[in-house]
Design a binder for this molecule. Structure first.
Ligand code: ADP
Length: 599
């Protein structure tokens, strides 16, 4: 912004100059008026004093009652010079003798101007009328009749019926007045020019520091808070400057504090995993953090509140949130794509508790939901797995009780089934207990160093009998030199046995099972490759899930609980190892366990 462009007419400096000029104007006008008034008064007073002296000298008091002839004799032609000096009559002053009873003009000075209208003028003269009313005719007011301007004065001659009427023409002092007024006008012009100059100079001492402050304030407004104005005086402007400097400092501190808070909140908002969307009271979006965009799978968010609610089928309206009770929230769970999102709405208010806007917090609960689903599935699976053997035990024992017990052969067969079902349940419960211990980290690990190669080989020997039963080829190869590992030998054995029994179980008669023991970088591994039924591609990721079986009936038939690989995975991972499976349906499966060697 250009500071020089500020309005001169509206500026304080201009106003101060105007005040100076107005003051001068008022002073000069009042001086002129009073001077005119005093000059006129002075002339009137000398006029009046001359007349009153004249009466005194003539010796006319209030009781005197001179006759008409006496008066005229005293004042008229013969004694005119006497009368003129008696009442200080000069070229601008004149006198008239009037009979107040008849209003007849008995005598008038021949130099009296406007003689034609004299009678008429006298009849309307305030002073003459005052005398007729018995009052003094000496009101010093200038009389204007047309272009005639004069003072007049009337006085009754003693107690007689005659009045002396004087007139004093303004022309005598008009010249002096004109000269006076000319001087006043000239002085007025000079005074205005001087007041402009002085007003300008003086107002500058006030306005310069103020303009200075204004410039600094503008800089502050544009964000530069390092503005300090030099304090040059101790007056109000000095105090204003000091206050300004203080304000700038405080403002800078407050702003720094606010921006620190802002950046803190921005960082929190930007890096928090929960999504946050802020709307104003009208529903327009004010802010959306990256997590919210990620959850909603969008790059730009320009929906207003109601559109947002409609698009994601939230069933909430802005009004509903606005009238929420203080500190309460509205919660909605919705699915966005394959994600489950919990959205909490809350109102934020100003100091006076007026609604300022709405905050929507988006929490991705897909994992929670998955876990919840898995928990439910797990409970359902456990119940199902337990119910199946229980049902058979129950039905076989009932049949036995109903009389089958009599037939020894059948009884033995039934009892055998009951026994194997009970074994199945025991296995299942044992596996569940072990999984629960692994989950709760309550497993007691008996860590020791042992030869991995020896362990695998002994496992192979342990299952050789069952593979022989299925006429399978079971071979074990060691590639390279295998280091010892540290771990819980029994648990690792459990893992390897599980993989081997699976290979035997899911490989048909006369199939082939190859076991490779090897070392790779810092790991030892065992790979069990069979030529069995294989696992469908889509199930490969799921074989480590609890109770997951590609073919439930077959697995159960073979005595599997569906927990073996899940337990194996937990054990291997607890040893910082890795278990993986690759397979081709109908061709065979390869399960690999990698464990870190001890250094
Ligand atoms: P189970 O007790 O049923 O064998 P596991 O957890 O050991 O349970 O195995 C889970 C599922 O993985 C099995 O039901 C089976 O469908 C599949 N599976 C495991 N090993 C093999 C294999 N070698 N060949 C084919 N399928 C296998």
């Amino acid at each position: 912004m250009n500071f020089r462009r500020f309005n001169l007419i509206g500026s304080l400096q201009w106003r101060l100059v105007t005040i100076f000029i107005l003051l001068t104007f008022v002073l000069m006008i009042s001086a002129g008026i009073s001077l005119n008034y005093f000059v006129e008064n002075f002339y009137y007073d000398t006029f009046k004093a001359g007349i009153e002296n004249g009466f005194e000298y003539w010796g006319i008091d209030s009781n005197a009652n001179p006759k008409k002839e006496e008066i005229l004799e005293y004042l008229t032609a013969n004694n005119k010079a006497n009368a003129m000096s008696l009442f200080s009559i000069n070229n601008f002053r004149s006198f008239t003798v009037i009979d107040m009873k008849t209003n007849e003009i008995l005598y008038t000075d021949e130099r009296m101007p406007y003689r034609e209208t004299l009678g008429q003028d006298i009849q309307s003269s305030r002073n003459y009328l005052a005398v007729l009313a018995g009052k003094a005719g000496d009101q010093g007011k200038l009389i204007r009749i047309g272009d005639k301007v004069f003072f007049d004065y009337a006085r009754r001659i003693g107690n007689s019926d005659y009045v002396l009427y004087f007139r004093y023409d303004r022309e005598e002092w008009a010249g002096a007045m004109r000269a006076f007024n000319k001087i006043i006008r000239l002085s007025f012009v000079i005074a205005v020019i001087l007041s402009m100059i002085f007003g300008y100079a003086l107002s500058k001492t006030i306005t310069v520091p103020i303009v200075n402050l204004m410039h600094k304030a503008r800089k502050m407004a544009s964000g530069d808070f390092d503005q300090v104005v030099e304090v040059k005086s101790d007056d109000e402007i000095g105090k204003l400057t000091r206050t300004f400097n203080f304000m700038a400092k405080e403002l800078k501190n407050t702003l720094n504090q606010i921006s620190r808070e802002k950046s803190k909140i921005e960082t929190i908002l930007n890096f928090m995993t929960d999504g946050v969307i802020a709307f104003d009271v009208n529903g327009a979006v004010i802010h959306i953090n990256p997590a919210a965009k990620r959850i909603l799978k969008i790059d730009e968010f320009s929906l207003d509140f109601n559109d947002f609610s409609k698009k994601y089928d939230l069933g909430v309206s802005i009004e509903e949130i606005k009238y929420l009770e203080k500190y309460s929230t509205k919660e909605v769970i919705t699915d966005i794509g394959e994600k489950f999102v919990r959205i909490c709405f809350a109102l934020f208010t100003d100091k006076e508790n007026n609604a300022e806007g709405i905050i929507a917090v988006l929490h991705d609960i897909t994992e929670e939901q998955k876990l919840e689903n898995m928990r439910k599935e797990f409970v359902a699976n456990v119940s199902h797995e337990l119910r199946t053997p229980l049902t058979s035990i129950k039905s076989y024992s009932e049949t036995l009780l109903d009389g089958a017990l009599e037939d020894r052969e059948t009884a033995e067969k039934f009892l055998g089934v009951i026994n194997s079902e009970a074994d199945r349940m025991t296995r299942l419960v044992k596996d569940l207990l072990q999984l629960s211990r692994l989950d709760n980290k309550q497993m007691k690990w008996n860590m020791q160093e042992f030869s991995f190669e020896d362990l695998v080989k002994s496992c192979v020997e342990k299952v050789r009998f069952s593979s022989n039963e299925k006429k399978q080829i079971l071979e074990c190869f060691t590639i390279g030199e295998i280091s010892n590992i540290v771990g819980d030998k029994d648990r690792i054995e459990q893992v390897i046995l599980n993989i081997l029994t699976n290979a035997i179980k899911y490989t048909p008669v006369e199939g082939k099972i190859m076991v490779y023991i090897g070392k790779m970088y810092g790991d030892v591994y065992v790979k069990v490759a069979d030529s069995g039924i294989g696992i469908p591609k889509e199930d490969l990721d799921r074989v480590f899930e609890r109770f997951y079986r590609t073919d439930k009936a077959r697995s159960r038939e073979m005595g599997g609980t569906g927990l073996g690989l899940a337990i194996a995975k937990e054990i291997v991972e607890a040893h910082n190892g890795k278990i993986s499976v690759s397979s081709e349906l109908g061709k065979g499966t390869e399960v690999t366990v990698k464990l870190p060697v001890c250094n």
